[in-house]
Design a protein around this ligand. Structure first.
Ligand code: ATP
Ligand code: ZN
Length: 230
């Protein structure tokens, strides 16, 4: 049997807001590995678990395509992917295993300082810039609001100043980026945090056992963290 059959592979963000806490979680679960600079993959030294470093947006597909058995990614990315696939009539092929207690943020509507906002109906007929067209589309549909969704691949917060949109729908944690761009948060569209996803494909017994063990350890780590805060 080739080793790929026996070792679990988990996709983690290569470099970004989720990277340190994802690796910290795996270390607290007991995994020992050495991460060299710019390394795409790390081999677990004391567990049959290897870490693949990728862009966060690629994680749902890597799990769906069975390149990785597990992945750590934000619910915002998971939900956008799920809705995008549903819109194409394809059911998503990844499962949400567990929410993790980091990477908290929210996908929110934010308007320029001078925008007169008097409730969600104020955005009817406006242009909304976002990198989350499906999650935003659902929000608008649920409220029967007709607005134009302007899909961008980044730099959403400057779209109103460039005249490309009237308001934005973007990720917010502290709100400092919004303030710096003369925007104010008016509505939460989606609450997000990091989560562990897995392939729905049945795993060989030994791998399935390791997934169970990992989940139990994650539970333990999160409980210890919680009790520290109390
Ligand atoms: P990549 O190069 O991997 O595509 P990125 O620029 O898409 O990186 P980051 O900005 O590092 O990603 O954000 C990764 C994830 O961190 C987000 O998808 C989200 O789940 C979470 N996150 C937490 N707080 C914030 C925030 N204030 N802004 C953006 N993302 C946040
Ligand atoms: Zn990304």
């Amino acid at each position: 049997m080739d080793t790929r059959q026996q070792r679990l592979r988990i996709a983690v963000q290569k470099s970004g807001r989720l990277t340190d806490e994802s690796l910290d979680l795996l270390r607290r679960c007991g995994l020992k590995f050495n991460r060299g600079k710019d390394q795409l993959m790390c081999y677990g030294e004391n567990m049959p678990l290897d870490v693949l470093f990728v862009r966060d947006d690629d994680i749902p597909d890597l799990v769906q395509e069975d390149v990785c058995d597990l992945g750590i990614v934000g619910l915002n990315v998971i939900e956008e992917k799920r809705l995008a696939m549903a819109a194409r009539g394809a059911p998503p092929r990844f499962e949400l295993l567990q929410r993790l207690d980091f990477g908290r943020c929210r996908l929110s509507l934010a308007v320029p300082d001078e925008f007169e906002y008097a409730g969600v109906d104020s955005i009817a007929g406006k242009r909304i810039a976002t990198t989350y067209p499906h999650v935003l589309g659902r929000f608008l549909r649920e409220r029967s609001i007709a607005a134009e969704v302007v899909t961008l691949s980044g730099a959403v917060e400057i779209a109103p100043r460039l005249g490309r949109a009237d308001l934005i729908c973007d990720l917010v944690s502290t709100g400092s980026t919004l303030i710096a761009n003369h925007l104010r948060e008016v509505e939460v569209v989606l609450e997000s945090q990091a989560a562990l996803v897995r392939t729905p494909i049945a795993l060989p017994d030994e791998k399935a056992d390791w997934v169970r063990r990992l989940l139990m350890r994650i539970d333990g780590v999160q409980q210890v963290k919680e009790s520290k805060y109390i």
